[in-house]
Ligand binder design. Structure first.
Ligand SMILES: C[S@@+](CC[C@H](N)C(=O)[O-])C[C@H]1O[C@@H](n2cnc3c(N)ncnc32)[C@H](O)[C@@H]1O
Length: 219
């Protein structure tokens, strides 16, 4: 496994990372109705989903590899007296006991590794999420420009090293297809699977494709 590397948030100028994603509005209500309490924001970044879920009454665990991101979430959560516990750590080796988590969101996070790293993190998610608990995970797709056409250095059959100006420079990226998803998620029942293209984001042409996976941990 190549070494995982945090996002360099000092190089991100994008305001979208402070505004909860579209999917999270559904999930926060759906998981609240199910009576879930312990929510893990895996790869929390600047905490847009951690704050959203904490305000809705969840006990939030927010983990990220970036010192800057974790410090930001810790300070904001303390200032606003929100029930968010922050953790600096790697998704492939999480500091949580078995079956602690009711529901988990990993939004644009898991793909920041290579194939051995991806197998490890899925194993970790299986370990920390309760049987019957649910996850919502996004993965980069093999249809994306950065896998097919960018010419980034190849790490293994599913992964490349992104070399570009910005917060993701020097970060390994894993790309999935349907077959890989079925093989990775054997410990889960997939409830919904979407494969979408971002054609324009914030007014700019884009070439990215992602999978959006909602799944429950097998009992
Ligand atoms: C694109 S940002 C998304 C942040 C957040 N999930 C959101 O939707 O706003 C990806 C985040 O994943 C974190 N990350 C990358 N690799 C990680 C790893 N191995 N373990 C934990 N966090 C990681 C990065 O540091 C970064 O904060």
């Amino acid at each position: 496994m190549v070494k995982n590397k945090a996002w360099d948030w000092s190089r991100s100028e994008d305001g979208i990372w402070h505004i909860p994603s579209e999917d999270s509005h559904y999930l926060v209500n759906y998981w609240k109705q199910k009576g879930y309490v312990n929510f893990l924001d895996l790869g929390c970044g600047l905490g847009r989903h951690s704050f959203q879920f904490a305000k809705a009454g969840f006990a939030v665990f927010a983990l990220d590899l970036s010192d800057e991101a974790v410090d930001f979430v810790f300070k904001k959560a303390s200032g606003e007296h929100l029930p968010i516990k922050t953790f600096k750590g790697d998704m492939t080796n999480m500091p949580f006991e078995n079956e602690k988590i009711d529901c988990l969101l990993a939004f644009h996070v898991l793909s920041h590794t290579d194939t051995p790293g991806m197998k490890k993190v899925i194993g970790e998610i299986e370990r920390v999420v309760k049987p019957g608990g649910e996850v919502f995970i996004t993965l980069c797709s093999k249809d994306a420009w950065s896998y097919k056409d960018a010419g980034f250095p190849v790490i293994d059959e599913n992964s490349v090293m992104k070399i570009e100006d910005g917060p993701e420079n020097g970060i390994p990226h894993f790309f999935a297809d349907r077959d890989i998803i079925d093989r990775l998620f054997t410990g889960f029942n997939i409830q919904s699977l979407k494969h979408t293209q971002d054609i324009i984001v914030e007014g700019e042409e884009y070439g990215s494709w992602h999978y959006f996976i909602k799944a429950s941990r097998k009992i």
